[in-house]
Design a protein around this ligand. Structure first.
Ligand code: PLP
Length: 396
């Protein structure tokens, strides 16, 4: 006992300051409690409830049978890079060379890490918009950058405040990180706002990191990417992947597209830290991008029905809720209950066994919101909303 205490003290003096400085994810912390609550309906997880379409898994299995179990080129297999290049061209009208401008990554997570480490010098500032995906501030810190958060508000439909963005740009700003449709609100960014951001990026010579992981889960209008604007391919790192669109979170596969000078640096960092993305997942993704369009549409039509259901239910209950343009999250305002999001989430879990994520996990000013994922069956959503309604009524 004594010995292990000494050892622990010795170890804690050996771990890095950077590692210690990271805050634990607000989601993980909360889910430690959720996992110990049996029979709970979870609206907490940020991943599709569907399993990977079988044709995709089958391609992965076939690649194992055929012995494609080795390292691949650092950038990824050329067949997949070519298909990614074709896909991005079809969706955005922008041409990227499969040989020189596409990198296959271990999900958008690693793509973002490599992208940031390729552009950030210690102390450089990276601007992003909160509420946001929980990894953003930490990934910027890990690249020795300084995270600069600009708040977005429900009253503005979680749109970007361009004046606040312009004010936040300093001599140290290196990049602007965008996510649209976004986690946790599902809000997208309209074309005019993207144009204004592009103008600022050009004027201040900034890189744009464009996380478009939910682009194919856009419901009412067509998704429009910032790379489609004149002059933006040259200064944007485009990030996308298979986790959400193809229900492939566990395969860990994504991609980035960037101009050659940037991609060359990214490839070096990727090569020394990951070597290559998993070969089997790359073969599966080749099938996904080549022939699973119908599977994606089918899943999307389920998400759309669920989105309409859950938004209407929240509004009926009296909790104002933004209609998400994409992704599979809603971020209702719970102010009327008089509870802080953490208390709301804990009480709801205890009394009704429904798990939601407190909004302040995504931005410190969002303690009056909760994030609910509708990547779960409509039956689960119906039951969860019945329980949430009962819980909210019990507060009034
Ligand atoms: N970007 C956003 C906005 C996300 O919401 C997520 C996952 O929730 C990721 C990136 C990570 O995706 P991947 O599984 O491709 O690493």
């Amino acid at each position: 006992m004594k010995l292990s205490l000494v050892k622990n003290q010795q170890i804690s003096s050996l771990v890095s300051d950077l590692g210690k400085s990271l805050s634990p994810s607000g989601i993980r912390e909360f889910f430690d409690i959720v996992y110990s609550t049996p029979d709970c309906i979870s609206l907490g997880v940020g991943e599709p409830d569907f399993v990977t379409p079988w044709r995709i898994s089958d391609a992965g299995i076939l690649s194992i049978k055929d012995g494609y179990t080795h390292y691949t080129p650092n950038k990824g297999i050329i067949e997949l890079r070519q298909l990614v290049s074709d896909y991005v061209m079809k969706r955005t009208g922008v041409e990227y060379s499969a040989e020189e401008e596409i990198l296959i990554t271990l999900g958008v997570s690693q793509g973002l890490d490599v992208a940031l480490r390729s552009i950030v010098n210690p102390g450089d500032e990276v601007i992003f918009f909160e509420p946001c995906y929980v990894s953003y501030p930490a990934t910027i810190q890990l690249a020795q950058g300084v995270p600069i958060a600009i708040p977005m508000y429900f009253k503005d439909n979680f749109s970007i405040d361009l004046e606040a963005l312009e004010k936040a740009i300093t001599g140290k700003t290196k990049a602007i990180l965008l996510n649209y449709p976004g986690n946790p609100t599902g809000a997208s960014i309209d074309k005019n706002t993207l144009k204004a951001i592009a103008t600022l990026a050009v004027r201040h010579n900034l890189i744009v990191l464009s996380d478009e992981i939910y682009e194919s889960l856009t419901y009412d209008a067509d998704h429009f990417s910032i790379i489609s604007l004149p002059g933006m391919k040259e200064r944007t790192i485009y990030l996308n992947g298979f986790s959400k669109s193809h229900a492939m979170t566990g395969w860990r596969l994504g991609y980035t597209a960037a101009p050659r000078e940037l991609l060359d640096i990214m490839v070096k960092i990727h090569q020394y830290t990951a070597l290559c993305a998993p070969s089997i997942a790359q073969y599966a993704a080749t099938e996904a991008i080549a022939s699973a369009e119908k599977d994606v549409s089918k899943m999307k039509s389920h998400y759309l029905k669920r989105r309409n259901f859950i938004v209407n239910r929240f509004r009926d209950i009296g909790l104002p809720c933004h209609m998400p343009e994409g992704a599979f999250y809603v971020f209702p305002d719970i102010s009327s209950t008089g509870l802080h999001a953490r208390d709301f989430a804990l009480e709801l879990l205890k009394s009704e066994k429904v798990a939601v994520v407190p909004g302040d996990a995504f931005g410190s000013h969002c303690g009056n919101h909760i994030r609910c994922s509708f990547a779960t069956s409509i039956d689960n959503l119906k039951e969860a909303m019945k329980r949430i309604e009962r819980f909210v009524a019990s507060r009034g």
